[in-house]
Design a protein around this ligand. Sequence first.
Ligand code: HEC
Ligand code: HEC
Ligand code: HEC
Length: 344
Amino acid sequence: MTRFTTRRSSLPKWAAGCVAVAIAAGACDLRPAPGFARGELIFDTCSPCHGKDGAGDESLGAPALAGAMDTYLTAQLERFQAGVRGYHYQDAEGLRMRPMSRALITDDGDVESIVEFLMSLPIVDPPATLAAGDAEAGEEDYTLLCANCHGIDGRGVDNVPDAPSLLHLNDWYIASSLRKYRDGVRGASPGDASGTTMRNAMTSDWTDDRIDDVTAFIMTLRRLPRRIPGPPPEPLPPVDVDPSILPEGVTVAMVQEGQDIFNTPTGICYTCHLRAGVGGALAPNLTDEVWLNIDGEYESIVEIIISGVPQPVEHPGFMAPRAGMPLTDEQVRAVAAYVYTLSR
Ligand code: HEC
Ligand code: HEC
Ligand code: HEC
């Protein structure tokens, strides 16, 4: 009762007229129009867990939100709303957050309003809290296995737009998220493309110690300001390939489909081999005539995509069967057709 009174009396002036209308008409949104002011009002319902400055609260498992990128915040709120995140019975924190996301009314612009407000909060330098973890031991893992997507500076990269910045995150949250990805408690819902991308990196052979080490290394990264994302990469032009060079049974339409699979979250090939297969620290260049594991003929490409490369010849990571994606045999043949043309 007391609570109700306080709430009523704290209603701002703009709402007063609305109350009368609401009683008469039975419907009236008492909140400001979508935008910053509405976001600020909504934040009152988030700050009890995420903190007044958005810096997170360890006792509730609620991570820092100040410093996150807008595209990532929006995507995660939508995943909680849809139950793609916070779905697993062992995910106590995700299950705590999920109903909060449901209170946001998407059609009323609540998500864009709260995200606009959150973007105004300055990054709070997260203190290191974990006693465990050896940053030096985690450096190599980070540089070889994480930097491709999260950036060598931890701020994300334009090439993989759904991989978030990590600089604002609390260490206890980084470590707990990595365990969740490893154990399928986060990122394993059917159709969760970005979760699958991350789960591919956090395979079941990661021990808790190794997770603590990489987390400790992330905490040593310099606290740079938030990255301003560049424009998303230009779409690749339609494939232009001479049909006479294609092996039997392969069509130009398959090559085109393969280009789409390779360079998008459908296939996630681009996250390691980079866009159009030019190669990087994690995976080889596929546009030259050098082949490390196969002879480069069409069927050998199909086979290696199906089997993956558990023990790479030169590269530090590995390639899961079908890159860990639910690719059908037809999609594999299409993406192999694309790879076949890259060096020819
Ligand atoms: C009851 C406590 C609670 C409240 C209230 C709450 N959250 Fe959360 N939120 C959490 C917890 C716990 C997590 C961590 C989930 C996990 O570990 O996967 C979380 C995670 C998130 C994430 C994901 C962050 C990331 O880095 O992936 C976002 C975004 C978020 N909350 C936004 C909000 C917003 C916006 C509100 C207010 C509308 C809100 N939360 C209210 C507890 C809460
Ligand atoms: C192939 C690209 C890729 C690689 C490699 C990768 N990540 Fe990720 N990471 C992502 C994506 C995409 C997400 C968002 C996943 C989601 O929506 O749940 C993510 C999410 C995360 C999160 C959760 C952030 C948050 O706010 O909740 C952490 C922590 C993280 N990654 C750390 C790492 C570490 C450490 C490594 C190296 C061991 C790594 N990632 C390797 C793409 C990648
Ligand atoms: C997690 C990173 C990763 C992803 C994602 C990935 N690859 Fe790979 N790929 C590798 C590694 C590592 C190798 C082996 C390199 C070595 O032997 O040193 C490899 C090898 C290959 C090869 C053989 C190259 C050679 O010279 O022997 C082909 C072909 C290939 N990948 C195609 C793909 C396709 C198509 C996709 C998407 C469906 C994909 N890869 C996704 C990491 C990846």
